[in-house]
Ligand binder design. Structure first.
Ligand code: SAH
Length: 393
């Protein structure tokens, strides 16, 4: 393990008035340039400087006129989240801890695999949904991340690998919105950040390589297909409403049938065919891992073009749950497989740097007081980091 302390905690500066260009997708950057009387073709130049070359100082953007560079320096800025720590695991996994505008920290994790490199990005500080098996939920909720803070995690990771040359195979080839938070509860900022991930003059990732994962905020999912065509993952975790109400409380508001129907409509809106929804199912010992659950799940998903990703539960102190046994995992997978489903199993990665995707970054000010209630019941251990759930398939 290699741990680098990049900076000491900084005094938080008061909010500056200059526009942060880091989080502006092409259309909003065009509006910005129009507002200062500049031409649209500036957009592509500036996007490339910021996102492909990692340049934040306007003075270094040499294909802009001196006058424009000076003007930008007075009205705008390119401000990435401050890098606090960077960890490199023996297995190639990397983790970055970055400090956001309010002084709170979030983490992003990079997971290298044979044919791809996946970056797991956070959309909120904490999460308001309180899924019973998720450590982030137990820490409560602080706030939404801005588009700049979300894309700033990608910017930080890409720059840690030395940026990239357009056209050359890149290290960060996929992004999944599976870090802290519920992306559909931060709709506009997530959509803007994902637009930058896919923008040719920024990161240029294909829509199939950017994945939004949701616990099922159905009304927002209905709108999503009108503004983007990224890949969709839904966190199901249970094959019926009674069990899902317990594990994923938002199910009480938007039950399974409505989530599956909305996912289907999302696929139908996509211009290309053969797209599939990824169904995430975290397997918890004796809770949702029985053969009858697998059979019920197979039937529930019969009509949905999907691939099922089984995730062995990743334990954390006082969760009250245990990881699925290998026997139950294999049995569950085989039942789904025999019913004709495509099934993959997530592997654990990055153990030595305590990089748990979806359960990241130590403590923050919890505005919901949920963390305090949890600690009152179980003690203070919940803040300890847990292991990384890697991605496979
Ligand atoms: N809110 C979004 C994205 C963040 S969680 C969502 O719910 O999809 C991303 C994934 O992390 C979830 O699908 C869940 O399967 C997984 N996850 C959360 N806590 C976990 C745990 N303790 N063990 C295994 N996977 C977990």
């Amino acid at each position: 393990m290699n741990r680098v302390l990049v900076s000491e905690p900084a005094v938080v500066e008061p909010q500056q008035q200059r526009v942060n260009l880091l989080g502006l997708p092409a259309d909003k950057l065009a509006d910005f340039f129009a507002s200062i009387g500049e031409k649209r073709f500036r957009v592509n130049q500036v996007l490339k400087w910021i996102h492909q070359r990692g340049v934040t100082d306007f003075a270094l953007m040499t294909d802009l006129s001196k006058a424009l560079r000076d003007k930008l320096a007075t009205v705008a800025e390119v401000r990435a989240p401050e890098l606090v720590e960077e960890h490199h695991s023996a297995d190639g996994t990397r983790k970055w801890l970055v400090r956001t505008d309010g002084g709170e920290c979030v983490e992003a994790v990079f997971i290298p695999e044979k044919d791809r490199g996946t970056l797991c990005v956070s959309s909120q500080i904490g999460c308001s949904l309180d899924c019973s098996f998720c450590a982030t939920g137990k820490q409560g909720f602080n706030r939404n991340l801005s588009a700049a803070e979300i894309i700033g995690q990608v910017w930080t990771a890409v720059n840690s690998f030395g940026g990239f040359e357009p056209g050359v195979e890149r290290v960060v080839s996929n992004v999944v919105m599976m870090g802290m938070g519920e992306p559909l509860m931060n709709f506009d900022n997530v959509v803007d950040a994902m637009a930058l991930m896919m923008e040719d003059c920024a990161y240029g990732l294909s829509k199939r390589r950017v994945t939004l994962s949701t616990a099922g905020v159905v009304p927002a999912l209905e709108r999503l297909g009108d503004v983007t065509d990224v890949s969709l993952a839904i966190s199901l975790h249970a094959p019926n409403n009674a069990l899902r109400n317990e594990l994923v409380p938002i199910n009480r508001k938007y039950p399974l049938e409505s989530l599956i129907a909305a996912s289907r409509r999302y696929l139908d809106k996509l211009p290309d065919t053969h797209r599939k929804v990824t169904v995430e199912y975290t397997l918890i010992d004796q809770v949702n891992d029985r053969p009858e659950h697998a059979r019920e799940l197979a039937a529930l998903l019969k009509a949905l073009p999907c691939k099922i990703n089984l995730i062995p539960f990743n334990p954390f102190p006082n969760s009250g749950y245990k990881r699925v046994s290998n026997n139950a995992l294999n049995r569950f997978r085989d039942i789904l497989f025999q019913a004709g489903h495509t099934v993959t199993v997530r592997t654990t990665r990055g153990d030595d740097i305590a990089a748990a995707c979806g359960q990241l970054a130590g403590s923050f000010n919890d505005k919901t007081r949920r963390k305090a209630r949890h600690q009152q019941r179980y003690g203070r251990e919940v803040e300890q980091p847990v292991r990384l759930v890697g991605l496979q398939g």
